[in-house]
Write a protein that binds this ligand. Structure first.
Ligand SMILES: [Zn+2]
Ligand SMILES: [Zn+2]
Length: 499
């Protein structure tokens, strides 16, 4: 049945339809919403998106447009698109195509722009908004998302084919962003403990058995999902979105429900604090322990806060690069901050250890810290960590580095050092109880033992991700801690900026 339309509505539909076609036409000849395009062309692109939004917001209009499209073969593709109610969302992701990654890495040695070009596997572009794909899945709208060091590696295409991670199958497309402030917009039929409007934290960066619809392997059954033995058992939906996408879907097992009333900064920092809890509980601090944290970025500062919350009598020394980090560390209760100078001498003085200087610059400390946390994870910092810990002390690696450096691991056997690392978070067994890293993190935040608000130093709209990368890379220029990307409303902000 053909609806009866007044002239005004008919004109609006005509305008909307022509606007809707524009992005498709531009994309079909190779143009996305690249910042390289002149403003008038980008304006046309966004005008088209605006047109889409208006069509879909009004179901009556959608029906009317469908009728018109049915009568016009020229618009049959558009009609098909409309009838599936497909919406598009801004998203940042990396397609894991080894040859493309290698070629872009080589090109980036000549020009950094190569990473942001349309030939790069790193994409800042529009994807179809995902639907809930099954009864146990949850869809969220992302308001904002923190930028993590692991995101930075991907944004710089710092991907090493020789790393063990590259050998493990799992993801063909990696969506960036996992420190979310989001709310539930839709749930599958089998999800009963999460409702529309709830705030969630995300724990599922890596595939796990439950999300893949498989019988849980032993680590997954224990709640140690990042240690899944079978990430190749199935496939996650290809276009699932991430924290740097306006919408995102994930299996219920990949979400943690946050308490009602959690503020934005508390929600954003919950996942990073869970990481810090996981690192701290690898070697739970005791009263009087001398602890060194290498690195005073947000990972190091979170770790400092968690260690002090768990054991106020632990004595924590921080290794920092910038004055702002030093001030923040002292404010969070560090007993000492080492910054610059002869680090081996400073470590020996701080711990009362003995410093020995051998040939060819080789130096070694006997004595040293009970626990050393390496939150940087470069070959150099890890080598120093092994030489700065006391015999039978613990070195915990939380820094994410994909390079495959050569270093001297003799201190491990010579000083009988306990070496371990962390992969995000999992099930903790500390203080005689078994709970998740997130349980601990949420409790510490609720108890007011963690300062989340003052750690957020910068905010950028999602479209300015390149500026965010520059800021995080060059921390020397200004005090930089947690950078937050404003996700929803990013497209609208861009339209306003152009206008
Ligand atoms: Zn992270
Ligand atoms: Zn598993």
């Amino acid at each position: 049945m053909t609806p009866v339309l007044d002239t005004q509505t008919a004109n609006m539909i005509t305008r909307t339809m022509s606007a809707t076609v524009i992005p498709r036409r531009l994309e079909s000849i190779g143009f996305g919403p690249s910042s390289l395009l002149p403003h008038p062309v980008r304006l046309l692109y966004y005008a088209g998106l605006e047109g889409n939004a208006r069509v879909f917001e009004n179901v009556g209009l959608l029906d009317a447009v469908s009728v018109i499209c049915n009568n016009d073969a020229k618009h049959s593709r558009l009609h098909k698109w409309l009838s599936h109610k497909e919406k598009r969302m801004l998203s940042i992701y990396v397609d894991i195509i080894p040859l493309k990654i290698a070629l872009t890495q080589v090109s980036a040695k000549i020009s950094k722009n190569a990473i942001w070009s349309r030939f790069s596997p790193l994409k800042v572009g529009f994807l179809p908004e995902p639907d809930v794909p099954g009864p146990e899945w949850v869809k969220v709208r992302v308001h904002s998302c923190g930028l993590c060091g692991s995101d930075l590696h991907l944004l710089k295409l710092d991907i090493n084919p020789r790393s063990c991670i590259a050998a493990i199958p799992g993801m063909e497309r990696i969506f960036l962003g996992h420190e979310l402030f989001c709310e539930v917009v839709e749930t599958g039929d089998a999800v009963s403990d999460v409702a529309v409007g709830d705030r969630l934290a995300y724990l599922g960066f890596f595939p796990n058995c439950k999300a893949l619809g498989a019988t849980p392997c032993a680590p997954c059954a224990e709640g140690n999902y990042t240690l899944c033995l079978a990430p190749d058992k199935g496939k996650l939906p290809f276009n699932r979105g991430g924290g740097f996408s306006e919408y995102m879907i994930a299996h219920r097992s990949q979400w943690v429900k946050l308490p009602a009333g959690f503020t934005e900064d508390q929600a954003l920092l919950t996942e990073p604090i869970a990481v810090a809890v996981h690192a701290a509980l690898k070697s739970p601090p005791r009263a009087g322990d001398r602890v060194l944290i290498i690195g005073s970025g947000t990972v190091g500062l979170n770790l400092l806060q968690v260690i002090k919350a768990l054991e106020p009598e632990a004595r924590v020394t921080m290794l920092a690069r910038y004055q702002a980090q030093e001030e923040k560390a002292l404010g969070f209760g560090a007993e000492k901050v080492i910054r610059g100078g002869d680090l081996y001498r400073a470590v020996a003085d701080d711990t009362g250890a003995r410093l020995f200087c051998g040939m060819m610059g080789s130096r070694m400390i006997l004595g040293g810290y009970d626990i050393v946390h390496d939150t940087v994870g470069s070959g150099n910092t890890f080598q120093d960590a092994l030489r700065w810990v006391r015999s039978r002390g613990s070195v915990i690696l939380s820094g994410v580095e994909l390079a495959t450096p050569k270093f001297d691991f003799a201190p491990v056997w010579h000083q009988e050092i306990h070496v371990t690392g962390i992969n995000c978070h999992g099930q903790e067994h500390a203080g005689g109880v078994s709970r998740t890293s997130f349980d601990w993190a949420i409790e510490l935040i609720q108890q007011g033992k963690i300062d989340t608000a003052s750690l957020i130093s910068h905010r950028f709209p999602l479209k300015r991700i390149r500026d965010a990368v520059e800021t995080m890379t060059h921390k020397r220029k200004e005090p930089t801690f947690k950078i937050v990307m404003d996700v929803s409303g990013g497209v609208q902000a861009e339209i306003s900026a152009i206008g």
